[in-house]
Design a protein around this ligand. Structure first.
Ligand SMILES: NC(=O)c1ccc[n+]([C@@H]2O[C@H](COP(=O)([O-])OP(=O)(O)OC[C@H]3O[C@@H](n4cnc5c(N)ncnc54)[C@H](OP(=O)(O)O)[C@@H]3O)[C@@H](O)[C@H]2O)c1
Length: 271
C-alpha cells in the first residue's frame, strides 16, 4: 500500500504500542509517527521510551505510559488510565514479548511461567481491558506480535514457541467473536528480525549467557519488517508471516508436507 493511503488510514489515529522501547515496537513508533498517528508508548524502561518518543517525527503527539506487563494490576491500571483519558484506542499493538533459549531438559518451570505470563497472559489481560471500549464504539483493531515460532515448534525455544502458539489460538477465537461487531484482529508471525531480543532475554534470565544470536543477526531489518506489518494491518489481514526469502515458506511447507518441516527443524542448530 502506498504512503498516501497509509497516511490517510493512520493519521490522527490513537495507537497503543507495547514493547515500544526497543526493536519492532520502536520501529513501529517511528513509522506510525511519520504517518501522523497519536501514539501511547509502553514498556518498563521510561528512559528508553523517552528516547524513542523524542526520536519520533511528531513527539508532541505521543505520550509514554511505563508499564511492567508481568504485573497484572499494572496492566489494568494503565488501561483504566487510557480508557478514562482517551476512550477506546483505534489500534492496540500487543507487541511486548520475551524469548527463551535452553533445552527442555535444562529449563525450570519458572521460566515457562515467566515467558507464558508475558507472551500470553499479559496480552490476554490488556486485550480484555481495551475490548469493551472498542465493542461499544463498534470499531477497533487489535494487532498482536506472535512469531513463526507460534506456527512451528523449534528446538531450544520450547517456552517461547508454546507461548506464541497459545496467543495465536486466543487471537483466532477473539477474531471469530468480534468480526461481526466491527473489530479487526491481525496476528503477526515474524521470522528472525534484527533486534535486541537476545540481550533482553539474557537480562531477564530466560536465555543463557553463552547463547549466540547468529540467527537474529542474520535476520531481516526491522525497517523491512515494519513495512510488511503496516501493509498487513492496513489490508486487515487476519494472520501474516513477516519474512524475507525462503524463511517465510516454513508454515506453508508444514501445512502441506509436515514431515519435511519436522526433519528440517531437527537439524536446526541450537543457537
Ligand atoms: N526479533 C525477532 O526475531 C522476533 C521474531 C518474531 C517475533 N518477535 C516478537 O516481537 C516482539 C518484539 O520483540 P523484539 O524483537 O522487538 O525484541 P526487543 O527488542 O527485546 O523488544 C522487546 C520489548 O518488550 C518489552 N518488554 C519486555 N518485558 C516487558 C515487561 N515485563 N513489561 C513490559 N514490556 C516488556 C521491552 O521493553 P522493556 O525492557 O523496556 O520493558 C521491549 O520494548 C516480541 O513479542 C517478540 O517475541 C520477535
Amino acid at each position: 500500500m502506498n504512503n498516501n493511503k497509509l497516511h490517510a488510514l493512520f493519521n490522527d489515529k490513537l495507537i497503543w504500542i507495547t514493547g515500544a522501547s526497543s526493536g519492532i515496537g520502536e520501529q513501529l513508533c517511528y513509522d506510525l509517527s511519520k504517518l501522523g498517528a497519536r501514539l501511547i508508548l509502553s514498556a518498563r524502561r521510561s528512559d528508553e521510551l523517552e528516547r524513542v518518543k523524542n526520536a519520533c517525527a511528531q513527539p508532541d503527539k505521543h505520550l509514554i505510559l511505563p508499564l511492567d506487563m508481568l504485573q497484572e494490576a499494572d496492566i489494568i491500571a494503565a488501561a483504566d488510565k487510557v480508557n478514562s483519558q482517551f476512550g477506546a484506542v483505534d489500534y492496540l499493538f500487543n507487541n511486548a514479548g520475551i524469548t527463551q533459549r535452553s533445552l527442555i531438559n535444562e529449563t525450570e518451570t519458572d521460566i515457562y511461567r515467566k515467558v507464558m505470563e508475558l507472551n500470553y497472559f499479559a496480552q490476554v489481560t490488556l486485550t480484555r481491558q481495551v475490548l469493551p471500549g472498542m465493542l461499544a464504539r463498534g470499531e477497533g483493531h487489535i494487532v498482536t506480535t506472535s512469531s513463526i515460532a507460534g506456527l512451528i515448534g523449534i528446538p531450544y525455544r520450547s517456552a517461547y514457541c508454546s507461548s506464541k502458539h497459545a496467543i495465536i489460538g486466543f487471537m483466532d477465537s477473539l477474531r471469530s467473536e468480534v468480526h461481526d461487531k466491527g473489530l479487526r484482529v491481525t496476528t503477526l508471525c515474524p521470522g528472525f528480525v534484527r533486534t535486541n531480543i537476545i540481550e533482553t532475554a539474557r537480562r531477564e534470565g530466560t536465555a543463557q549467557e553463552k547463547v549466540e544470536d547468529t540467527v537474529i543477526k542474520n535476520g531481516m531489518s526491522v525497517e523491512a519488517a515494519i513495512a510488511q506489518v503496516l501493509d498487513a494491518v492496513a489490508n486487515e489481514k487476519e494472520q501474516v508471516v513477516i519474512a524475507e526469502g525462503k524463511e517465510g515458506m516454513g508454515p506453508i511447507i508444514k501445512r502441506f508436507f509436515p514431515s519435511i518441516i519436522y526433519k528440517m527443524v531437527r537439524k536446526m542448530a541450537l543457537t
